[in-house]
Design a protein around this ligand. Structure first.
Ligand code: RNT
Ligand code: ZN
Length: 416
């Protein structure tokens, strides 16, 4: 796209927004400050570098588009490529199974910061900060229950794994001079009716207490709830109620994955319901299609309302934004670019809302005026402001990234 065209469209947009009291330069500066946590697992369909076992734990990728990353070098190369097509600077969210194990089988209760040393260095060289996740799935000891397993030896194995993950996250945070956010999601549940619901939840609570008994300075814990996993439809130990209660009591970060609720629930409404009680929130922005399908995030009402709620709650410093989807049916680098840019575009629209006048209308009980302004805001030229954001960040503007992804596919991923 021609620079001149982008610049003139931006000037018009800037003037138009000024008419309703919105400063587009402020919105651009605010978006520049939002660092989205890119999930490493879109690159290789949640495979990791540990073994060639099957993906388990109630999650599934569908599709077999060619070019999936097969090793640590390929995952890194793909992330560098995706990053070059996304404006701004972003974080990288690693799962424990993505350690640099040098081809050796290191069991989950044996992992150490040393296995992530090359990632820490790579992240520094590439200007990315790291976040982290323990991995309870895709392991012979996963079964249906990990941290909530009545068998003490299995429970202890996963407690040890998760404790080690926290130590790794602490090291990442210390080295990058910025807290590493460590997410804990386990698949524990039951396919069919269970008569021991309370027992498993009490066990999970005990395991969590043991895991969190070590205090750290450079990492932050977040805990992620879910409705159900595939093959675990009847009961989920770590349900929303369970983790919200736990997070409120222990002041942990709660992770809201947009695919982890009943399809008719509004995820955006949970932001303001949780913020009065919790220190911070973590988001896994995804696109559930009929279920927790983990489709690529796009601009839709759900993502848009979620972003608006963060800005309207003045909570950009308390809500961490990460992505969590895994689509194996389309170009995987393209999936990163579409999802991250879509999230940014929603944030941009949120940052350009004429909140001052909307709030005055509301305070004055002017319902028609408020609704009219919300409607008009939808058609304002926010796209021209996002284009300028891309231009200033030196990344392709608009659909120009399609060519770049195609080129990388020709040169790199199609040869895998
Ligand atoms: C699963 C959770 C979890 C995983 C990743 C791979 O339903 O959303 O966050 O997607 O940890
Ligand atoms: Zn998630």
């Amino acid at each position: 796209m021609k620079d001149g065209l982008i610049e003139s469209a931006y000037r018009t947009a800037q003037e138009r927004y000024a008419e309703i009291g919105v400063d587009t330069e402020k919105a651009i500066a605010a978006l520049q400050d939002i660092h989205i946590s890119l999930h490493c697992w879109q690159a290789d369909d949640v495979t990791g570098f540990e073994s060639s076992g099957e993906l388990s734990g109630g999650i599934q990728t569908t599709g077999n588009y060619p070019g999936k990353a097969r090793n640590i070098e390929e995952v890194r190369a793909d992330i560098v490529e995706a990053k070059s097509l996304i404006p701004g600077s972003h974080r990288l969210n690693l799962h424990a199974i993505y350690g640099d194990f040098g081809g050796k089988l290191i069991d989950r209760d044996q992992i150490e910061p040393a296995h992530f040393e090359s990632w820490i260095q790579w992240a520094q060289e590439n200007g990315m900060k790291l976040d982290f996740n323990s991995t309870s799935f895709s392991h012979p000891k996963s079964g249906n229950l990990s941290l909530a397993n009545p068998d003490k030896s299995i429970r202890d194995f996963w407690i040890e794994h998760t404790r080690r993950c926290r130590a790794i996250a602490e090291e990442m945070g210390r080295r990058q001079g910025d807290p590493c956010i460590m997410n804990l999601w386990i698949h524990d549940g039951s396919k069919d009716l269970t008569v021991n619901r309370l027992k498993y939840r009490e066990l999970l609570k005990e395991s969590l207490d043991e895991i969190f008994s070590t205090e750290y300075e450079h990492m932050k814990d977040c805990i992620e709830a879910k409705v159900f996993g595939i093959g675990l439809e009847s009961y989920t130990v770590g349900s929303a109620d369970f983790y919200i209660a736990y997070a409120a009591q222990r002041q942990k970060i709660f992770t809201l994955d947009t695919g982890h609720y009943h399809p008719t629930e509004n995820i955006y409404d949970k932001i303001s319901a949780l913020l009065p009680f919790l220190p911070e929130l973590m988001l896994h922005v995804s696109r559930p299609v009929r279920w927790d399908s983990d489709h690529v995030t796009i601009i839709n009402d759900e993502t848009l309302e979620l972003c608006k709620e963060i800005v309207r709650s003045n909570a950009l410093d308390r809500v961490h934004i990460g992505l969590d989807y895994f689509d194996a049916s389309i170009n995987r680098i393209g999936a990163y670019v579409i999802g991250t840019r879509a999230t940014q575009k929603c944030l941009m629209q949120a940052l350009l809302e004429p909140l001052g006048s909307l709030r005055s209308y509301e305070a004055e009980d002017k319902g028609f005026q408020r609704l009219a302004m919300l409607e008009e805001g939808k058609a304002l030229p926010w796209g021209a402001v996002y284009d300028m954001f891309c231009l200033r960040n030196g990344v392709p503007v608009g659909e120009d990234y399609i060519k770049a992804v195609e080129q990388y596919e020709r040169d790199v991923t199609s040869k895998r």
